[in-house]
Design a binder for this molecule. Structure first.
Ligand code: SF4
Length: 369
């Protein structure tokens, strides 16, 4: 069974510390939760407060499906029964921040601990404390000192959803609304990436990889300029192993800064597939707004050049068969009418580019929480 990549990391960490762990899909929980002492839940968007769910929910005026599903999971008779006999519940994952806005839910469903951030160095001690019946902190925000170094991040031991394989963590662009940028930048060595791809191929029979980083173009780089040698080698190695590749995210600025390198990478990827995809943040067409809340978004270009960076990056993608799913952020606190007009003008310029561009409402995260 493929499981979310982040959950696979937690599973690997707990196994390495000697815990007896089973990773189970929610619809199979019934078979396992009866004997479990601690239930760990990976929450992506538990209350539908993430940008995509909250935007759609406010348009459709309905509770997001993800929120309904999460509540139904905790309402299930097997979890209620297990809770009565003393099951401890620990929640983590990209949506952990949302529990701070739902304290009543946390209390009502008896969630014992919510871990926010990269949990490799804290999950063991938290699980041990839960097993020993000790009091757990209701919210645990993983601090800088507890953020794992590369050597402290274990390899996954089971297959990941969509063949997702992390190639690095962190981002150096420093956007005000983003929590990822608050953590250090680390790139995995090739060997680690290839070992994890092997897990997907051998155990999960998944022979494609979605390379994951906040900006795959910056693999191996310490700043906002792509590292040609490392990026090319990474793709040559991965293409040799896999039948297909996609990227989770990349930046327009990195693509626009090295058009020849980008074409070279496309050439490597397109040996085995006709196109590939990635998620890309355009966010705004306004240089003023970029300057205010995303000061390094355009780097190595200047914030004033942002619309041109977007046009250049998007046409390079069009020419090299990368079909992007792009986001715009609407409603940033400092956004003005003029900023919005500039975004609309930029969208007009991109009308003929093969892409999906989705406007999402602003959600306060990172330093704007
Ligand atoms: S570029 Fe993306 S990942 Fe990096 S800080 Fe900005 S929003 Fe976060």
């Amino acid at each position: 069974m493929a499981a979310p990549y982040g959950l696979r990391k937690i599973e690997a960490q707990l196994l390495s510390e000697g815990f007896d762990v089973s990773t189970v899909a929610p619809n199979h929980l019934k078979k396992y939760v009866g004997e479990a002492k601690v239930l760990g839940i990976h929450a992506m968007d538990p209350f539908g407060l993430g940008p995509a769910s909250s935007t759609l929910a406010s348009i459709l005026k309905k509770e997001p499906f993800l929120a309904q599903y999460f509540r139904a999971l905790l309402d299930s008779p097997e979890i209620r029964k297990a809770k009565k006999r003393g099951l401890r519940i620990i929640v983590g994952g990209p949506g952990a921040w949302q529990f701070r806005y739902r304290p009543k839910f946390v209390e009502e469903y008896g969630i014992d601990c919510i871990i926010e951030g990269e949990a490799e160095k804290v999950i063991g001690k938290t699980a041990r404390a839960a097993l020993n019946g000790e009091t757990l902190p209701q919210y645990y925000e993983v601090g800088d000192k507890e953020t794992p170094s590369l050597e402290e991040i274990p390899d996954i031991v089971g297959p990941s959803v969509n063949g997702l394989i992390e190639v690095g963590r962190g981002c150096c662009r420093g956007c005000e609304f983003c929590s990822v940028t608050l953590r250090p930048l680390r790139w995995y060595p090739y060997e680690k990436i290839l070992r994890e791809i092997d897990v997907n191929i051998k155990i999960g029979n998944i022979n494609w990889s979605c390379l994951h980083a906040e900006d795959v173009m910056l693999y191996g780089s310490k700043n906002t300029l792509p590292n040609d040698e490392k990026l090319i080698k990474l793709h040559e190695l991965v293409v040799k192993k896999c039948e297909g590749i996609c990227w989770s995210h990349c930046s327009l600025a990195a693509i626009a800064s090295k058009p020849k390198l980008f074409s070279k990478i496309a050439e490597i990827i397109l040996q085995k597939q006709p196109w590939w995809g990635a998620e890309i943040g355009i966010e705004t067409g306004s240089p003023d707004l970029v300057k205010k809340v995303m000061p390094a978004k355009a780097h190595p270009f200047k914030p004033e050049e942002w619309p041109e960076v977007v046009r250049t990056g998007m046409s390079l993608m069009q020419d090299n068969q990368l079909i992007p799913a792009c986001t715009l952020i609407v409603g940033v606190p400092e956004e003005t009418e003029d900023d919005l007009i500039k975004t609309i003008q930029l969208m007009d310029d991109l009308r003929d580019v093969r892409s999906l561009i989705v406007p999402l409402f602003f959600v306060p995260m990172g330093r704007l929480k």
